[in-house]
Design a protein around this ligand. Structure first.
Ligand code: HSE
Length: 300
């Protein structure tokens, strides 16, 4: 018995919502194929597309650990599975690569066993994959990868995630410059203290973005896609960040910021043509300093 599952890439933070906002895109993403085995335990038998860089031991692999913690939780350590992971997106890209693998793994094993848990209850196991990958069990990639759409993590303890309606027409441009940023490093450089002034600005934008998405109100979405806390610190990790951001805004994007911990950048647009143009302009900004990139456009 075999099952294949695809889990999509995600844009975490969405400018103002560090660790609490994320949305799924149509592509890229990761695929996992699980095959039932008589031998109990989880084995990663092959990983395609990682150039040999990811750990093959199940307990050191984000998908492997997610499946293992799930099986322990439901009391089925008698189950045996062989997993083949097909990485279809770059590592260290800010596209939620570790999250997509963990989500694909835990979703696949739950389906294989006849769905003992509802989808939303798979979240804590996918989060274990994130803890392994970057030292923090943040949910802003795994929750949208698992549930689809735009997701708010209202609380981590207890875990409380909410799916938010988005406008019928909303497009995401993702540009991944061919450089790597390690999420652990990108979290380490953040300041632990935030001024009251910046907290007030950020809270206004968090509330404005959710209201703008739900009304919907593109002007409000655009004014709210601002991050005064995290982006100013992390932008230094991305060469030509300001140029690429201005290229997006000059070409009609509603807003533009870092995707997750970077180096990928995302922009939101009202229509597909604008989203394509925005992508080309951002790629041009990176290319002006010799950095090649990939661009993806998805409807949200
Ligand atoms: N919210 C996380 C961060 C996402 O920005 O560190 C990492 O992909």
């Amino acid at each position: 018995k075999s099952i294949s599952v695809f889990a999509p890439a995600t844009v975490a933070n969405v400018a103002c919502g560090f660790d609490i906002f994320g949305f799924a895109v149509a592509n890229p993403g990761d695929q996992i194929t699980l095959t039932a085995s008589d031998q109990p335990g989880v084995r990663i038998t092959d990983i395609i597309g990682d150039e040999g860089r990811l750990p093959r031991e199940a307990e050191r692999n984000t998908a492997g650990i997610a499946i293992q913690t799930y099986l322990q939780h439901i009391g089925r350590t008698d189950v045996g599975v062989d997993a083949v992971l097909h990485k279809q997106m770059p590592l260290g890209s800010g596209l939620g690569s570790s999250a997509a693998s963990a989500v694909a793994g835990v979703f696949a094993i739950n389906e294989m066993l006849g769905r003992p848990l509802p989808t939303v209850e798979l979240l804590p196991f996918a989060m274990e994959g994130e803890r392994l990958a970057c030292g923090s069990a943040h949910a802003d990639n795994v929750a949208p990868s698992l549930l689809g759409g735009f997701v708010v993590v209202r609380s981590y303890s207890p875990l409380d995630v909410i799916r938010i309606e988005t406008p019928a027409a909303l497009y995401c441009t993702l540009v991944h410059p061919d450089i790597e940023v390690n999420t652990k490093d990108a979290r380490f450089i953040l300041k632990n203290e935030v001024s009251l002034k910046n907290t007030i600005i950020q809270m206004g934008n968090v509330a404005g973005l959710i209201a703008g998405l739900m009304k919907p109100d593109y002007g409000l979405i655009s004014r709210s896609l601002v991050d005064v806390i995290i982006e100013p610190v992390r932008a230094i990790l991305i060469p030509e960040f300001n140029e690429a951001k201005h290229a997006a805004l000059d070409n009609g994007a509603l807003g533009c910021s870092i995707s997750g911990s970077g180096p990928s950048m995302f922009a939101l647009s009202r229509d597909a043509d604008t989203a394509q143009q925005v992508g080309a302009a951002m790629q041009q900004a990176f290319l002006s300093v010799g950095i090649t990139s990939e661009a993806y456009v998805s409807e949200i």
